[in-house]
Write a protein that binds this ligand. Structure first.
Ligand code: MG
Ligand code: ZN
Length: 443
């Protein structure tokens, strides 16, 4: 047998296999969870889970323990979109996760003909359940948008926000809880969606103090004009966990159960910035939100917790430059995102640069590096690239791209029906199994 024939055979086998995704046990009414908590770490490839494990251990071998991600890990998922790229964006992947249908990059729950595809939250509402979305980006950013809106482009963020209010299922609004950023898309010159939601009986919060006081669903909290501040740059330790706990509190009493989507939106933004300290801070907040969700499942066993990512971002590698070492311990010294450190460095006198850099990163500039920094001290992109490079070099962190990659992503599941999410699957399988549960639990 020639190599060519071998390859042809294995290609055939592969294509035969791809028609039949890993068989999952048939769900039954008795196993169908009443509540579903669907958590999405945007950009969170399996490599981010590895990085977070060694980050938590501060790189010390005797401290390495399974993280909450490791404890819940059950499977792995492919993420390719319905075009020729293999590399999905968050819109196409969120559409797959929200509808069970693949589409093209940029699309928000519409198909190749730009026709709307029904989402699992619309299905849940039709069957009498409540819905919630929580995100550290704008609530109408691509990932949450795909659960509630339909648009040929994720960029049409005002039109997407309009859909949150305008799309009705059997006369009812689809989202019962919406927490995140994005105020500028909800209060605009042409329309005040906040006032419209309030007129429909929604409680409204635009500060963390007011969020804490929300007492019942339906409720809307818009906590920033755009995305929320990066976790690493703010005093608040776990904003996503706070929002998740409040959402669960408000949804818990619903008689028919609920579907809650929680997105760790900015893991992806740190990946695009190739900023490892930023990524670990967002992973930590997401981990804490997962802890709260897991505690909810323990108290309410008719709940499924399912966690995955929409794609991997950055091509993160835990070693670089041929050196057998990843310095997770050094990440702790980095106190702000590289973007924020760059902003602060630009405001300094040239003589202050070396000391402040040590203060903000725990790293020391060599004479050669100091000269490089002084040469581009007032040029943002050049200074940013230099400083980011120093942190990646010191920690031996590699990145292949400022965009996304086609790498598979982890799947984690816990609680009622978790056995449906083991082994290899594709992102649309996850949505199909969730939609199966929603249908069954309403019967
Ligand atoms: Mg997202
Ligand atoms: Zn992205």
């Amino acid at each position: 047998m020639t190599i060519r024939t071998l390859l042809a055979c294995s290609a055939l086998l592969l294509s035969a296999c791809s028609q039949t995704p890993a068989p999952a046990p048939e769900p039954t009414e008795t196993t169908a969870p009443r509540n579903i908590i669907f958590m999405i770490g945007d950009g969170m490839g399996a490599n981010y889970l590895t990085a977070y494990r060694y980050f938590l251990a501060e790189g010390k071998q005797q401290q390495i323990k399974p993280t909450i991600y490791d404890e819940l890990w059950t499977g792995i998922s492919s993420t390719w979109p319905d075009d020729q790229t293999l590399v999905t964006d968050s819109a196409a992947s969120a559409t797959a996760l929200a509808t069970g249908v693949k589409t093209f990059n940029g699309a928000i729950s519409v198909d190749q003909q730009h026709l709307p595809i029904g989402t699992l939250m619309q299905q849940a509402k039709r069957l009498g359940k409540a819905n919630g979305i929580v995100a550290s980006s704008q609530v109408n950013h691509a990932t949450p948008a795909a659960f509630l809106a339909h648009n040929k482009s994720r960029r049409n963020m005002d039109a997407i926000a309009d859909h949150f209010f305008d799309i009705r299922v059997d006369g009812q609004l689809v989202p019962d809880v919406m927490f995140g950023g994005g105020l500028t898309h909800f209060i605009r010159d042409d329309r005040n969606l906040v006032a419209e939601f309030q007129a429909e009986g929604y409680q409204y919060a635009d500060s963390w103090q007011q969020l804490a006081q929300l007492s019942q669903a339906p409720a809307l909290a818009l906590l920033a004009d755009g995305g929320l501040p990066s976790v690493l740059n703010q005093q608040m330790e776990a904003p996503l966990q706070l929002m998740t706990e409040k959402a669960l509190e408000l949804l818990a009493g619903h008689s028919q159960g609920f579907v809650l989507m929680v997105e760790g939106s900015q893991i992806d933004w740190c990946g695009h910035a190739n900023d490892i300290a930023c990524a670990m801070a967002e992973m930590h907040d997401f981990a804490r939100a997962i802890q709260s969700a897991k505690a909810f499942v323990d108290a309410n066993p008719d709940t499924l917790l399912i966690i995955t990512a929409d794609h991997e971002t950055g091509g993160l590698a835990l070693a670089a430059d041929g050196i057998y070492e990843w310095r997770a311990d050094l990440i702790y010294g980095v106190q702000y995102t590289v973007r924020e450190i760059t902003r602060r460095m630009m405001a300094l006198e040239p003589t202050e640069l070396a000391d402040q850099w040590r203060h903000w990163t725990g790293l020391t500039l060599t004479d050669e590096q100091l000269a490089e920094v002084q040469a581009v001290h007032q040029q943002q992109p050049e200074l940013y690239a230099l400083l980011n490079g120093y942190i990646n070099q010191a920690t031996r962190t590699g990145w292949t791209t400022s965009g996304h990659t086609a790498a598979d992503v982890p799947v984690m599941a816990y609680g009622a029906g978790a056995e449906q999410f083991t082994g290899f699957m594709d992102n649309i399988d996850i949505a199909k199994r969730i939609m199966g549960f929603i249908q069954l639990s309403a019967n």
